[in-house]
Design a protein. Structure first.
Length: 658
């Protein structure tokens, strides 16, 4: 290589040397990047702290070691959670001489009794980060442990122990652990716990495990008409009691709800369910794993949907209702009050906040548990079974009618604009069961793989060239003149802005599918901005989705798994591939994946994961969202700079490394 290549070239290293490399120890990573552990620093994240501590107490109850839990919310934004379980061990930890096990658990990530399965058969905590994260993000934490008729205590601040564990004396009538903490205002600002939200959390936990009694207490100054100063929750019927309260006397399709539970041998797990179909109701769904809410559902939800759908199809065949074979899970679920709780060993979640269960075995476990019971529920009382089947068939007929109307509009629009449809659009035939999808794909290479991977009947592909125009900072004339924007608008077929009519949308789902990297995230953000500004109703009605392609492929021997990101990769290496020599391949983009890989990881409805993009309740006012979009995507870079400065602590480590 020629030496003159380096002549007169400014140093690229600058001040970058070994002193520039930081090594974060203890709980400092949590304080620097709280978003990686609790999803942010907003109200939801603040209340998640309580859920983490409460989950530990619930794990003691589910394991059979505690029968009572007390939650107390006090002035000064302080919460105390106590249980009468075994109590955190207080003796010296063998790997940390001079430190009690209590101190290790409170001040060390990935420490706890839930890894081996010896202390807990099932648990909500998995990675040993819950209570240590709470400790790291609290200005003050006090833990009291009553073990062997003796009371111990230790105090912490911002994750650091304020002193050694203390023995406070005899406690002959006390046992268990009490954790009292005050969130750090440096992390959460002036956000305060909402008693009503915590009251509902405590009540829901009592429903999820019939054997536990949860006592609620809050200061008189925090009590209200809806939140009493004291209450006791204990529900022997579990989810069945919860469902009864939820229905609240409403008339239902069947006089009796469908409730039950199933335990599996060898500690494989337990499934409990409760559901009813009220008349004239939009319905609600509640999903739980090891007493932890999973609002985005997951594999346990898939198992229940499969069991109900197959059960009603079989009952339709039994009663001679031939059209029942066309029933879908949405026909069965729509309008139902549905609650499902599973207990399984070593569950896998999509993230530390546990919003979605991803354990593959949960689907099989739930379907096996519920299917037989549901078959009996339908056939033991034929009138009841026929009533439910009739209601579901009405929904199916309505769905098929709407689908036919959309297909007529779609074909009419295609015929009228056939010559004007985007040249790069590879359309679907539209023969899907109300499941047509348009994948907006980054780049021609990825578009080629997607075309081969798609279902030709239901999935259309529209490749785009890199980063589209930022419509939030562009003039109306510039938007109209942009070819990519014109292609997108034509493909949708529903018009833009005040002329946008969701009824004319040519697809049931619009799926943004970009690379799993920073550039891909940028393109997705620009596309979301486009849809919000130009087709707001499409977003509000839930037609817009983000695909979740994997970043890694992990292989050990003949077994392969895909990982969405670094956290998921670490989770797989610590569970599925623990102790194995793993070959890790990283996908630089969608174009590097062959059609089969792209299909099974990102496009096949049976195996993929999608994120629905919609407007959260606090942003239902379009003006509020527009103000936020204009600030972050508009012409004034100062707004973006200030946002980044103020929220730098929430940036994911992956984005920094990228």
């Amino acid at each position: 290589m020629s030496d003159d290549l380096f002549e007169n070239t400014p140093s690229s290293s600058g001040d970058y040397d070994s002193s520039s490399i930081e090594v974060l120890e203890g709980l400092e990573p949590v304080r620097r990047r709280p978003g990686m552990y609790i999803g942010g620093t907003d109200d939801r994240a603040l209340h998640h702290l309580v859920a983490e501590v409460l989950d530990n107490a619930m794990d003691e109850a589910v394991a059979g070691h505690a029968s009572r839990i007390e939650i107390r919310i006090e002035e000064g934004n302080t919460v105390s959670i106590a249980d009468n379980g075994r109590g955190i061990p207080v003796d010296e930890h063998p790997k940390f001489p001079g430190k009690s096990t209590l101190e290790v658990i409170l001040s060390t990530l990935h420490s706890g009794g839930k890894f081996s399965g010896k202390a807990y058969a099932t648990s909500g905590g998995l990675h040993g980060v819950g209570v240590s994260v709470v400790n790291a993000l609290s200005s003050h934490t006090r833990v009291e442990v009553a073990r062997d008729k003796t009371l111990f205590a230790q105090e912490f601040s911002k994750g650091q122990a304020l002193g050694k564990i203390e023995e406070l004396g005899a406690a002959p009538n006390r046992r268990g652990t009490t954790v009292t903490f005050t969130p750090d205002t440096e992390i959460f600002g002036d956000r305060q716990f909402k008693p009503g939200r915590l009251y509902k959390l405590a009540r829901s936990k009592a429903y999820l495990f019939a054997g536990v009694e949860i006592r609620w207490k809050c200061s008189e100054s925090l009590a209200s008409e809806d939140v009493p100063a004291e209450a006791v929750f204990k529900f022997p019927g579990g989810l069945a009691d919860h469902l009864k309260e939820q229905i609240d006397g409403r008339e239902c399709v069947t006089a009796e709800p469908f409730t039950g539970s199933q335990d599996f041998p060898d500690e494989q797990g337990r499934v409990e369910w409760a559901m009813a179909w009220p008349l004239y109701s939009d319905g609600t769904t509640s999903w739980y794993c090891n007493t932890v809410p999973t609002p985005d559902g997951g594999t346990h939800e898939q198992g229940l949907r499969a069991a109900l759908t197959k059960g009603l199809r079989a009952f339709g065949e039994l009663t001679g209702t031939k059209k029942a074979k066309d029933l879908t899970a949405d026909d069965v679920m729509t309008g139902g009050e549905v609650m499902l709780s599973v207990f399984i060993r070593d569950p896998q979640f999509q993230s530390q906040t546990k919003d979605r269960l991803t354990s593959p075995e949960a689907s099989r476990l739930v379907e096996n548990a519920i299917r037989d019971h549901f078959d009996h529920f339908l056939s033991d009382n034929m009138d009841r079974g026929k009533a439910l089947l009739g209601q579901v068939m009405e929904r199916m007929d309505e769905r098929l009618r709407r689908k036919q109307e959309r297909e007529i509009k779609r074909k009419t629009a295609t015929s009228a604009k056939k010559l004007r449809l985007p040249g790069k659009l590879t359309d679907c035939s539209g023969e899907g069961d109300g499941e047509t999808e348009l994948f907006i794909v980054e780049g021609d290479s990825a578009g080629g793989s997607a075309k081969q991977a798609r279902n030709r009947k239901t999935q259309a592909i529209l490749p785009i060239r890199g980063k589209i125009l930022n419509v939030a900072s562009a003039t109306a004339d510039k938007i109209r003149a942009n070819q990519e924007i014109a292609d997108l608008s034509l493909a949708m077929g529903c018009g833009t802005r005040q002329d946008c009519d969701p009824e004319n949308l040519r697809y049931d789902r619009i799926i943004i599918m970009t690379d799993a990297d920073v550039d891909g995230a940028h393109i997705a953000t620009l596309l979301m901005t486009f849809f919000f500004q130009e087709m707001t109703e499409i977003v509000k009605r839930g037609h817009l989705f983000l695909a979740q392609p994997p970043l890694y492929k992990l292989t050990a021997g003949k077994e392969s798994r895909y990982a969405r990101d670094d956290e998921h990769r670490a989770e797989l290496e610590a569970t599925i591939f623990k102790g194995k020599k793993v070959e890790v391949g990283r996908f630089k983009g969608l174009g590097e994946m062959n059609p089969q890989q792209l299909r099974e990881t990102t496009m096949d409805p049976a195996t993929r994961s999608l994120i629905r993009i919609t407007l959260p309740p606090e942003f239902e006012d379009r003006a509020a969202v527009k103000e936020l979009v204009d600030r972050l995507m508009g012409r004034n870079p100062e707004h973006r700079f200030n946002f980044i400065q103020n929220r730098a602590g929430e940036v994911d480590r992956d984005m920094i490394d990228a």
